[in-house]
Each structure stands twice: as structure tokens, then as C-alpha cells.
Design a protein around this ligand. Structure first.
Ligand code: URA
Length: 436
């Protein structure tokens, strides 16, 4: 077999065999196939696409390229949840204890964030002492005993994806649906889940900006799941504005605690109930989403979901006092109100710009070596559809920096992220579709 023939076959729009895909992936990981051939192949895929069978084969090859986690020591059906990323997305911090309270074992491996704000692991590190590193055996026994563990990714998971993603990033081949779908799903398959709930974001702050692309990505991932025997459901949710009000690590943990206390922003509450309902159904703890919703609401109302968060934090050596007193989580020294210069109705909030503004305050990493400030970020006071008066506060910056010129620049960025209309603006839908 020769890489050049495989590239040509894809360039001409033909379907590759399983053996050809395996040859490419293995050859790329072991260094036999150079970057220039793999990038030519990625560009051919970008233009010609892949069939569901090819996408499934690529996913499996990448999943098998490194460590694969065998979750069988954990009892029950392990349901993983993955979000394609968005601004203010703290759903894992709500869902992990919430679905665990309902009896679905949560063995969650999460990442750190590069860009906008931290990842789940960074956010959880806002809790003093919270350890995200557990030995494999400890991880399994914690899930068996407590019902939930959340740790950072360790070991050598999907090296083929890591190498290929790095190449795609510099060859304009990231935004190819089969390549994105196989990249995401390879990590989920290697992490050992029995079933997967995907939260595919759509809109200005999402990877997929249009609903059609979001549905196509969701469908590709659901197809991979069924090809590889992992029941997968995808929820298409809105990212045309940030989720909830808080953006920034400790601010997001505080908001997750509010939801677990039965309070907090309505959009975040609803997205968590929808994703959680699918997790309960796939985990065999409810017959259908309606029943699951009632169960989850019960755990929010009776305090058992919050109690599960306390257990999780305690098991991972975090300070549970901060769960009961979120005001003791890291807090920024400066609070700056961003005031509207226009009156009307909020018609748009550029989620990506808000994410970048939070990053500039220090809530996210500009490079993988940047150190993030867990206390800082942005709290939105107004969302799409809300009424605003001149001089009223749109958002609040939580900052630790003394540089007033930089603060002013960030304030302007936030102001520009908001669009205000004279006409009444309806609240946009939160969930666009469910792909099964
Ligand atoms: N996230 C991933 O993990 N992979 C992609 O290709 C794109 C987004």
C-alpha cells in the first residue's frame, strides 16, 4: 500500500477501505507517513468528505492508537457527556453530581481549556484543595463508592488525534465534519463510555455557526456511535449568547452551585435538565425523558444533587465549606460595571467576544503555558430579549489587574459584543433539535 494512492483515491472522491484508513493512521502515528502526505489527505477529506463507514473506521483507529480505558470495574451503565464547547458552559459541574444522585455512575475525564475560559478541570480547581489527579484504581473505587469522580485527562489517549489535530490546525482542515466528528468521538470511545450524550452548540459562540452544520456534525457523531456500538444522543443547543450569566472559573462554579441549590439562570437549568434526562434514559434509570426530568427535578429540590457535589468535593480533597459558602471561592479585587449607552432590547450578544474579553481579564489561556486567574471573569446582567435603559449595567467585569487602560479596552469589547434594538426581541430558542 502507498500513501500517495490513498490520497489520490480520496482526492477523486472514492471510498477508502478499512485497511487503507488503518494504514494511514498507523503510519502517521509511527512516523512512516510524513506530515505533508497526511495534510494532503486531510485536504482531500475536507473537499470530498467521508462515508459514515469511513468515519467510523477512522474513529476506531484513532481511539485504538493509544491507551484505552476499561471502565468495567465500575458497576452500571457508564454514560459520558461531551459538549462541543461554548462560552459560560458549566454543565458538567451541574450534571456530574446531578445524574450521580439519580444513580448513573459518572466517571468523567475532563480537559483544561485553551482559549476563552478554563475547562471543567480548571473550574473545579477554583475549589481550594480539589485534586484532579487520581490513580486509576482510586478513580474506579470513588465512582463505585460515591457515584462520581471528575479527573483530568492523563496517559496517552488518542495520540493519532492529537497529532492529526495539530496538523489540521495549521493546514486549514479543522472545519471538516467527518474529521471533527471522528476526533471528538475517538476520545469518548477511548475513555470507555458505554453510552454518550453530546451537547452540540450552535451559533456565534460555537464551533458550528449554523444550525445545518451543527445538525450534520451531530448526525455524524451519532452515526459513529451506532457504528461502534455506543448508544449516542446529540442535543443541539444555543450558543448565540453565553450560557447562564457567569463566565470565568470561580464565577462558573458559583453558578453551578446555584443551580444545584434549585436557583440560578433558567437557560442553564433547562440545558442541564435536558442533557441530564438523556443521560438517565441511556443509563437505564428512567423509561423516558419525561420520567427522567421528574427524577432530576426531585434531586434539585430535595438537596440530594448538592449533597452529591459535597461528597465529590470531599472525596477529591476539596474544601466543602466553599460549596456551602460560595462567597468564599476565589473573588476578584475589582468589580467594574459596564453600562449601556443605548436604550432598547438586547438583540444579540456575541458570545465569542465575551469569551475573549474574559480571557483578556485572565480567565482563560492565550497559550497553553498561560497561568489563569480563577477569580476573574464577567457576569452578564442582561441577556437577549431583556430591556435596557441608558446608564443601566449590562455586565460586570471581575478583575484583578491594575492596568486601567486595559480594563477600559475590555469594557469596550463587552459593550460592543452587545447589540441593542428598538424593537422588542423574542428570547431565542434554547434547544434546536435532538439527533438520535
Ligand atoms: N474538538 C475536537 O476535539 N476535535 C476537533 O476536530 C474539533 C473540536
Amino acid at each position: 500500500m502507498r500513501a500517495v494512492d490513498i490520497i489520490q483515491k480520496k482526492r477523486d472522491g472514492h471510498e477508502l477501505s478499512s485497511e487503507e484508513i488503518a494504514y494511514l493512521v498507523k503510519g502517521y502515528v509511527n512516523g512512516d507517513i510524513p506530515d505533508y502526505q497526511m495534510s494532503a489527505w486531510a485536504m482531500a477529506v475536507y473537499y470530498k468528505g467521508m462515508t459514515p463507514r469511513e468515519t467510523g473506521d477512522l474513529t476506531l483507529e484513532m481511539a485504538q492508537s493509544g491507551d484505552q480505558i476499561d471502565l468495567s470495574p465500575i458497576k452500571g451503565i457508564k454514560v459520558d457527556k461531551h459538549s462541543t464547547g461554548g462560552v459560560g458552559d458549566k454543565t458538567t459541574i451541574v450534571l456530574a453530581p446531578l445524574v450521580a444522585a439519580a444513580g448513573v455512575p459518572v466517571a468523567k475525564m475532563s480537559g483544561r481549556g485553551l482559549g476563552h475560559t478554563g475547562g471543567t478541570i480548571d473550574k473545579l480547581e477554583s475549589i481550594t484543595g480539589f485534586s484532579v489527579e487520581l490513580e486509576r484504581d482510586q478513580f474506579f473505587s470513588q465512582v463505585n463508592e460515591v457515584g462520581v469522580a471528575v479527573i483530568g485527562q492523563s496517559g496517552n489517549i488518542t495520540p493519532a488525534d492529537k497529532k492529526l489535530y495539530g496538523l489540521r490546525d495549521v493546514t486549514a482542515t479543522v472545519d471538516s465534519i467527518p474529521l471533527i466528528a471522528s476526533s471528538i468521538m475517538s476520545k469518548k470511545i477511548a475513555a470507555g463510555a458505554d453510552a454518550i450524550v453530546l451537547d452540540v452548540k450552535t451559533g456565534s459562540g460555537a464551533f458550528m455557526k449554523t444550525l445545518d452544520d451543527s445538525i450534520a456534525l451531530a448526525q455524524a457523531m451519532v452515526d459513529i456511535g451506532s457504528h461502534l456500538g455506543r448508544h449516542t444522543v446529540a442535543v443541539i443547543s444555543d450558543m448565540d449568547q453565553p450560557l447562564g450569566f457567569g463566565i470565568g472559573n470561580a464565577l462558573e462554579v458559583k453558578e453551578a452551585i446555584e443551580i444545584l441549590n434549585g436557583e440560578g439562570p433558567k437557560d442553564l437549568h433547562e440545558v442541564c435538565l435536558i442533557l441530564g434526562s438523556h443521560m438517565l434514559v441511556l443509563g437505564g434509570k428512567a423509561k423516558n425523558e419525561e420520567e427522567a426530568r421528574v427524577i432530576l427535578k426531585g434531586h434539585l429540590e430535595d438537596g440530594s444533587a448538592l449533597a452529591k457535589l459535597r461528597e465529590l468535593v470531599q472525596a477529591q480533597h476539596g474544601d466543602i465549606g466553599q460549596i456551602d459558602h460560595p462567597e468564599t471561592l476565589p473573588t476578584a479585587k475589582r468589580v467594574i460595571e459596564v453600562k449601556s449607552v443605548q436604550a432598547g432590547y438586547i438583540s444579540k450578544i456575541q458570545a465569542e467576544s465575551i469569551g475573549i474579553a474574559a480571557m483578556l481579564l485572565g480567565a482563560g489561556r492565550e497559550t497553553k503555558d498561560s497561568v489563569i486567574d480563577l477569580a476573574v471573569g464577567i457576569k452578564l446582567l442582561k441577556k437577549i430579549g431583556d430591556v435596557i435603559e441608558v446608564g443601566e449595567t449590562l455586565a460586570v467585569l471581575h478583575a484583578n489587574m491594575d492596568n486601567d487602560a486595559k480594563i477600559q479596552e475590555i469594557e469596550n469589547n463587552v459593550l460592543q459584543a452587545y447589540q441593542i434594538s428598538e424593537e422588542v426581541v423574542p428570547v431565542p430558542p434554547l434547544i434546536y433539535a435532538i439527533v438520535t
